[in-house]
Design a protein around this ligand. Structure first.
Ligand code: 5GP
Length: 234
């Protein structure tokens, strides 16, 4: 397998083609953005850490029967993945109130929820990834009804699997964002799962081990991400 030309550069990753039309290489950068790129920065080694965490999580989810884009980790910053057509809908799960849920609805961070919440956002940077519902997805032809059902089913399962997996590492999965892609007619899990895409709080103390440390200038970002990696690798 040979690395070819750059196809796309995003906020945190660069994507390269390979000599296999079904496979691409995802390169993890140290660049970090928040609040839809209004805040920018660099977290030393973040790309290496997120590549390793994401690889471990995708390997775990694959072993539990979730189809994913992940093929293998190639190096510190590179991951070989299936070339998918990304569904332009982000799927968010919330197990406790945090982030935009608190901002929009006026609840306090950390509030217990009677059940988990599943949200959809339209993947549009120029619009700040606005919150949408299943009617919008249907009306705008963003995904078929069957695809939405599949994404919901996988998301609920992933929440159960990851909540348990992380609880065993003394981390509480507060919320997270997933992306899905179309591959040979099927919906599969795509993108990355890392402290950039999840809120992870230490069980007991509530200490934050995720991107909120960057968003809110809390310091020790690399240390927090590294701590997640060392627990995931145990
Ligand atoms: P919120 O809507 O509260 O900002 O985000 C909810 C969860 O989804 C958080 O764990 C957050 O990190 C993740 N999330 C939502 N949108 C994005 C996004 O565009 N990029 C990344 N990396 N994570 C996101």
């Amino acid at each position: 397998m040979e690395k070819r030309e750059k196809i796309y550069e995003g906020k945190a990753k660069i994507v390269y083609s390979t000599d296999d039309p079904d496979l691409i290489i995802q390169y993890f950068k140290d660049d970090t953005t928040a609040f839809n790129a209004a805040k920018r920065g660099t977290v030393i080694n973040k790309g290496i850490i997120n590549n390793k965490i994401s690889a471990k999580v995708f390997e775990f989810l694959s072993s539990e029967g979730i189809p994913t884009q992940y093929e293998q980790r190639l190096s510190d910053r590179e991951m070989l993945i299936k070339r998918v057509e990304i569904v332009p809908v982000e799927v968010i799960v919330r197990n406790k109130a945090a982030g935009s849920f608190c901002r929009i609805l006026g609840f306090e961070e950390g509030m217990e929820l009677a059940s988990h919440v599943l949200e959809f956002c339209y993947k549009r940077d120029d619009l700040n990834d606005p919150l949408i519902n299943e009617y919008h997805i249907r009306a705008l032809n963003l995904a078929s009804e069957e695809e939405v059902e599949t994404m919901k089913r996988y998301t609920i399962k992933i929440n159960e699997l990851m909540s348990t997996f992380l609880a065993n590492l003394n981390l509480e999965l507060i919320d997270f964002k997933l992306e899905f892609g179309r591959y040979k007619g099927e919906i599969i899990l795509a993108d990355e799962i890392s402290p950039d895409t999840c809120r992870l709080w230490e069980v007991g103390t509530g200490e934050k081990f995720d991107k909120d440390r960057f968003r809110h200038d809390m310091g020790d970002i690399e240390e927090a991400y590294q701590e997640v990696l060392s627990r995931v690798e145990k």
